[in-house]
Design a protein around this ligand. Sequence first.
Ligand code: HEC
Length: 102
Amino acid sequence: MMSKPLLPFVALAIFLAPPAASAANLMRGQQIYQMHCAACHGLRGEGIAPEAPKFRLGERLEQPDMMLLQSVKTGKKTMPPFFGILKDPEILDVLGYVRTLR
Ligand code: HEC
């Protein structure tokens, strides 16, 4: 049995915890990926556009999400910037999905 005074803190911790890649997040990430990214990166991360990393092979995914987030926001070489098109949490959902393509 949990002692009573602890409960509000536990509830708060759960509330504040960054949402783990839930099924809903992954589904949203997949939808955004198919709409905005798959044309170049491939539906299965096979890489279609010249020089587009093959996520299926884990290319570039050794970097933390926060670095990849920046690249997606600012754009890189022929990749257009997604700043103003996608919100940070949306890009993070896409990155979560991209990591499932390996
Ligand atoms: C017009 C084609 C194109 C589109 C659309 C595109 N990308 Fe890219 N992306 C590229 C190319 C090309 C590179 C490689 C850039 C380089 O050589 O550094 C890249 C690189 C990346 C990288 C690696 C960045 C790094 O720092 O190494 C990530 C992550 C990424 N794209 C994610 C996405 C996501 C997520 C989307 C959709 C929201 C997207 N891309 C849409 C072409 C595209």
